[in-house]
Design a binder for this molecule. Structure first.
Ligand SMILES: Cc1cc2nc3c(=O)[nH]c(=O)nc-3n(C[C@H](O)[C@H](O)[C@H](O)COP(=O)(O)OP(=O)(O)OC[C@H]3O[C@@H](n4cnc5c(N)ncnc54)[C@H](O)[C@@H]3O)c2cc1C
Length: 436
C-alpha cells in the first residue's frame, strides 16, 4: 500500500512537471485532516493552494488574503502607459473556491509558530499542520525622507497594482505637455528587477505620442540594472536616448542619482550633492523588504528577507512554515511573479510529500521576465525583450543551469514583435495557472 501511494504521488508530480500546467492524472487523496493555511493569496499563495489541492485532494487548504480583488503587477506598466485596461489585470478567487480551496478575506495579524496557528485581525484563529507564507513585499516608505504611506496617496509608488496603478496613470494623463516625470528607482533587492525600466519605456511611448515635449528623469541609487544594455538600446532607437533631445535621462548612483529627501507638497526631489528637481509627476518606488507579517512572525533575517531551505522553501527559522515568492531569499531566482509561481509548485510538492511522509523530489525552477520597450500588438508593431533561465538544486543551493537561458539578442524587428506576443501569451498562461 505504502509503495503504491509513493509511486502514485511520484508519478503525479512527474506528470505535472512534464506537462507544465496541464495534468494527466486524477486527483488522489493521500492525507486526511491535513490542514494547510496559506498567508497571502497573490501569485505564490494562490499557485501553492491550487497545486497542493491537485497533488493531494484530501488536504484541507485555506488561503487567508486581505483583498477579494487581486490585480497583477505584471502588465500593470501597460495600464500606466495606456495600453491595457485595469479589468484585464483583475483576478478573483472564485475558481480556486470551486476547486474546494477555502478562501477567507481577512488580514493575518500573527503566526504562532509553536502553537501552529494563524491569527487574523478579525479575531479568528486557524490551526495548521503546514503554513505557507507568501505576503509579497513591504514598501519602506520612510527610507526616503519626506515620503510616507500617506504621501503615496498623491505621489504613487504603483509597486502594488490596484488604485496606485490608476493614480499614476491619471497623473500622466493630466500632466501638461512639456512636463517632467521623475522616477525614484529602488535599491537592490526589490520586486521585479526590470520593472522600473519597463515602466519608463511605457511612459515614454505614451508621452511621445501625446505630450512629446515632456521628459522623464530616473534617479537611481544603483549603477546598473537588469537588461540595461537592451533597455538603453531600445531607448536610443525610440526615444533619442544619449542625445540632447533624449526624452529619458538616467542618473545612476555614481553621478549623484541617490535621493536624500523629497518635499511631498511641491514634488521637489533633492539628490546627489544637494541638487533639486521639481517633478510634475513623481513616481517613488521605495526600498523593500519581506511583507510585514513575515517580519512580525519572526521569519525574516536582519536584512528583512526570509531565509529558507533552498530545496523545500521551509523556513530555516520556524519548522512547518514555508516562505515563497518575493519575501523569501531564493537568489539566484529573481523576485518575480514567474519565480513565485515556480517556487509555489516546488513548495506544494514539499508540503504534500512531508504531510505524507514521502521523500522530496529533486527540484528545478524556471523564470522568464518579459519587458515591453515599445508597446504594440506583437504582430504589426511592438518591441519586447526577455531574460530566461532554468534553475536546479545543487550542494544545498539554487543554481543557474548553464546554457539553459539567456537574453534577447541583437535587434531584429520581427523577433522583437514576437517577444511582445510571447509576453502577452505568458500573461494569459500564468494567470490561468495561478487563479484558474
Ligand atoms: C510594475 C511591476 C511589474 C512586474 N512585472 C512582472 C513580470 O513581467 N513578470 C514577472 O514574473 N513578475 C513581475 N512582477 C513581479 C511580481 O508581481 C511579483 O514578483 C509577484 O507578485 C510576487 O508574488 P508574491 O506571492 O510574493 O506576492 P504578491 O503577488 O504581492 O501576493 C502577496 C499577497 O499577500 C497578501 N497579504 C500580504 N500580507 C497579508 C496579511 N497580513 N494577511 C493577508 N494577506 C496578506 C497581499 O494582499 C497579496 O495579495 C512585476 C512587479 C511590478 C511591481
Amino acid at each position: 500500500m505504502m509503495l503504491n501511494r509513493r509511486n502514485l504521488l511520484k508519478s503525479a508530480i512527474a506528470a505535472t512537471f512534464a506537462s507544465g500546467a496541464s495534468f494527466g492524472f486524477a486527483n488522489h487523496a493521500y492525507a486526511s485532516n491535513k490542514k494547510v493555511v496559506i498567508v497571502g493569496g497573490g501569485i505564490g499563495g494562490a499557485t501553492a493552494a491550487k497545486y497542493i489541492q491537485k497533488y493531494d485532494s484530501a488536504a484541507d487548504i485555506t488561503i487567508i488574503e486581505k483583498n477579494p480583488d487581486y490585480y497583477t503587477c505584471f502588465m500593470s506598466n501597460e495600464v500606466i502607459g495606456g495600453n491595457r485596461s485595469m479589468e484585464s489585470i483583475h483576478f478573483t478567487y472564485e475558481k480556486l473556491k470551486a476547486r474546494g480551496i477555502k478562501v477567507v478575506f481577512d488580514t493575518v495579524s500573527d503566526i504562532d509558530a509553536k502553537g501552529q496557528s494563524v491569527k487574523t485581525a478579525s479575531g479568528k484563529a486557524f490551526a495548521y499542520d503546514r503554513c505557507i507564507v507568501s505576503p509579497g513585499v513591504q514598501l519602506k516608505y520612510e527610507a526616503i525622507p519626506g515620503y510616507s504611506k500617506e504621501a503615496s496617496k498623491s505621489i504613487p509608488h504603483a509597486w502594488k497594482a490596484g488604485p496606485q496603478t490608476e493614480l499614476l496613470r491619471k497623473q500622466l494623463v493630466d500632466m501638461k505637455d512639456g512636463g517632467t516625470v521623475v522616477m525614484i528607482a529602488p535599491p537592490n533587492p526589490f520586486r521585479c528587477p526590470p520593472g522600473p525600466y519597463e515602466r519608463v519605456s511605457q511612459i515614454a511611448a505614451y508621452l511621445q505620442e501625446h505630450k512629446p515635449n515632456s521628459k522623464i528623469v530616473i534617479l537611481d541609487p544603483k549603477d546598473k540594472f537588469s537588461k540595461q544594455g537592451l533597455f538603453m538600446d531600445g531607448w536610443k532607437r525610440y526615444y533619442g536616448y544619449g542625445t540632447e533631445q533624449s526624452m529619458i535621462s538616467w542618473i545612476p548612483a555614481k553621478d549623484g542619482g541617490k535621493v536624500t529627501k523629497i518635499d511631498a507638497a511641491s514634488k521637489t526631489v533633492t539628490y546627489g550633492d544637494g541638487k533639486t528637481l521639481k517633478a510634475d509627476v513623481l513616481n517613488i518606488i521605495p526600498p523593500q523588504q519581506a511583507g510585514s507579517i513575515a517580519i512580525k512572525a519572526g521569519l525574516a533575517d536582519d536584512k528583512g528577507w526570509c531565509p529558507v531551505d533552498q530545496k523545500t522553501f521551509e523556513s530555516t527559522l520556524h519548522k512547518n512554515i514555508y516562505v515563497i515568492g518575493d519575501a523569501s531569499i531564493a537568489g539566484p531566482l529573481p523576485k518575480s511573479g514567474y519565480a513565485a509561481n515556480s517556487e509555489a509548485k516546488i513548495c506544494a510538492v514539499a508540503v504534500v510529500t512531508s504531510l505524507n511522509n514521502q521523500p522530496m523530489i529533486e527540484p528545478s525552477w524556471v523564470n522568464t521576465c518579459y519587458s515591453v520597450i515599445k508597446p504594440g500588438d506583437g504582430i504589426t508593431s511592438g518591441d519586447g525583450i526577455s531574460v530566461a533561465m532554468v534553475y536546479a538544486y545543487k550542494d544545498g543551493k539554487i543554481v543557474k543551469v548553464d546554457g539553459s537561458g539567456g537574453l534577447t539578442g541583437a535587434f531584429d524587428a520581427e523577433l522583437r514583435k514576437r517577444e511582445v506576443l510571447y509576453a502577452h501569451s505568458w500573461f494569459k498562461n500564468i494567470t490561468v495557472d495561478t487563479f484558474g
